[in-house]
Design a protein around this ligand. Structure first.
Ligand SMILES: [Zn+2]
Length: 210
């Protein structure tokens, strides 16, 4: 596989689009009046085109997922280290603060570096996120004994994104759980139940290291 040479995987500021090494050849406006750029990055033997959307996060955005990634649970960040499921140098997985009525104990997987959405997520980070999501899914299927697993991921306000830091939901599924109809019924997970689920998943992952 050709390495993705256009991005650094190091942490980057969470405001503004990252244009340091990029050559922007074109720009346009979408139907909201926002502008975006068409970025073409040279790869040996190919030419890849991606759309780099401008950020939806406000300029002074105090990113809650950046704070979770660095274990800063002060202020308005919901919960604490007791919700941790798995941490690697590049990725953090934790039991989410809000659950769906039939899908309790769902997990959120984030890159430790700030990337707002799928539009600016480097392929290397995506691979690391999915590797962790896969491990979480296997642990979840053993620990929860669910009927299946779904992942969900949202980008932009029209896509239902609420936190402006890329995140992948890993959800336990049950037959006829109507997950996709029940988003309005999401509720704040009881802290002790959230911590309990995280402890169960951590225990399984610790005893089944990849
Ligand atoms: Zn962030």
């Amino acid at each position: 596989m050709q390495p993705d040479q256009g991005y650094s995987s190091s942490a980057s500021p969470h405001t503004g689009s990252r244009r340091g090494n990029s050559e922007y050849l074109d720009s346009a406006s979408d139907n909201t009046g926002r502008t975006y750029s068409i970025e073409r990055r040279p790869h040996p033997g190919e030419r890849e085109t991606i759309v780099s959307a401008s950020t939806y996060a406000p300029p002074d955005y105090n990113c809650p997922f950046c704070r979770i990634a660095r274990s800063d649970f002060s202020g308005r960040v919901i919960g604490g280290a007791e919700a941790d499921v798995l941490r690697t140098p590049d990725v953090t997985a934790f039991v989410g603060s809000h659950w769906w009525p039939r899908n309790e104990g769902s997990v959120i997987v984030i890159p430790n570096a700030h990337f707002e959405s799928i539009f600016d997520l480097p392929a290397e980070a995506a691979a690391q996120i999915h590797r962790v999501a896969q491990r979480v899914a296997v642990a979840m299927s053993h620990v929860y004994r669910c009927d299946g697993i779904s992942t969900r991921q949202h980008n932009g306000p029209g896509g239902g994104q609420e936190v402006w830091h890329y995140h992948l939901h890993v959800l336990p599924r049950w037959r006829n759980d109507r997950l996709y109809e029940r988003t309005p019924e999401r509720y704040r997970a009881p802290p002790d139940e959230r911590a309990h689920r995280a402890a169960l998943l951590r225990e399984h992952l610790d005893s089944n290291r990849a």
